[in-house]
Design a binder for this molecule. Structure first.
Ligand code: PLP
Length: 356
């Protein structure tokens, strides 16, 4: 499919704000990629065009029944001034798995990738400079646009990609997060949609996050829905526990999001010959190991932060302080390795980065 382009004249283009103004997901670039779908034509007319609002029927099915999926990846400015993407096809393939679970049409990956590259070339000046940890966040999204109130898969959809320059996640150095382990709410149930990156999972998580923030915690750690003992994941991150003699992360059992950062961390740990286990782990095991002095580090993994050290866990009124609230050695090593690969500063033996 040919990608049409409709580009703003130079005098209507805006420029990248200063680093300090960036934050996360507040500012968007000049253009977006848009591609509609209907049952007759399938996906058609992919187009890069000026960023701006859509017109949507009030009966659009996404507004009522929530057929909505998204992805999140980043484009980095390398020291050679090139633009690098980290495992972009893994994101598009995961989006197609989310689409299948939500009875939405799968995307033509090659066309979407070509469209993403065209969009990034046009808005290339929005990829922040290499030296400060900033990047350009890429948000592919798909929603059901058909008007109608019958509950069934829609026959019309819109796919789009928007871009947002984001600041360094740790502008003042690592800040380990305080996490609230909830046994009051659950995120996903077996047989549900926990492994799909679908909007409803986030809507369902907000109340627990708000309550945790009111108590002074940054994020929520979810437990399994059945017994509320097994650790699942954190907000928008997968989780790893570093014990004295092994590293453990919960398995992809269908209720957690299969993170691309999680997968990359598992491969690096294997490269480094560190003993790692993907297995179920209870919150009691974590607290007991900490009491015995055998819990070295806990960290989250996800595109936004890459590696997010956990300083403490709060569960049933008890606090578990990890590594004296400081970032651990392994978390730091992983962060440095992954970001060096992402910014094209280091050899990429797994073929993870794509240079535009
Ligand atoms: C996106 C996401 C992650 C992390 O996935 P990455 O591919 O590593 O960014 C983890 N958990 C949830 C719930 C997510 O939405």
């Amino acid at each position: 499919m040919e990608i049409k382009t409709q580009i703003l004249p130079p005098d209507q283009r805006r420029s990248l704000p200063s680093d300090k103004a960036l934050g996360f997901g507040k500012i968007f670039t000049d253009h977006m990629l848009v591609m509609p779908y209907d049952a007759k034509q399938g996906w058609h007319e992919p187009e890069v065009r000026p960023y701006g609002p859509f017109s949507l029927d009030p009966a659009a099915m996404v507004l009522h029944y929530g057929q909505a999926i998204f992805e999140g990846l980043k484009a980095y400015r390398g020291q050679d001034d090139g633009i690098y993407l980290f495992r972009p096809l893994a994101n598009l393939e995961r989006m197609n798995r989310s689409a299948t679970r939500m009875c939405m049409p799968t995307l033509p990956v090659e066309t979407v990738f070509a469209g993403l590259k065209a969009l990034l070339q046009i808005d290339a000046d929005w990829v922040p400079p290499a030296d400060n940890g900033a990047s350009l966040y890429v948000r592919p999204t798909m929603v059901a646009t058909e008007a109608g109130l019958g509950v069934r898969p829609a026959m019309e959809y819109l796919f789009f990609i928007i871009l947002s320059p984001v600041g360094a996640y740790y502008p003042e150095g690592f800040n380990p997060v305080k996490i609230y382990v909830t046994d009051k709410y659950v995120r996903a149930v077996p047989g549900g949609v926990g492994e799909a990156k679908t909007a409803g999972n986030y809507a369902a998580s907000i109340m627990a996050a708000v309550e945790a923030q009111q108590e002074g915690f940054t994020q929520v750690l979810w437990l399994d829905a059945k017994e509320r003992r097994l650790v699942e994941e954190v907000g928008t991150m997968n989780i790893f526990f570093v014990f004295k003699d092994r590293i453990v992360t919960p398995p992809l059992s269908g209720t957690i999001l299969p993170g691309i950062t999680r997968d990359s961390v598992l491969r690096l740990l294997a490269d480094w010959n560190l003993p790692v286990e993907e297995r179920s782990i209870t919150i009691d095991e974590v607290f007991a190991a900490n009491e015995r002095g055998e819990l070295r580090e806990v960290f989250g993994t996800g595109t936004a932060a890459v590696i997010s050290p956990v300083g403490s866990l709060h569960y049933k009124g008890r606090d578990c302080l990890i590594n004296r609230g400081k970032i651990g050695e392994l978390a730091l090593r992983l962060f440095n390795e992954l970001t060096a690969i992402q910014y094209g500063r280091q050899a990429d033996p797994h073929g993870w980065v794509v240079r535009l």
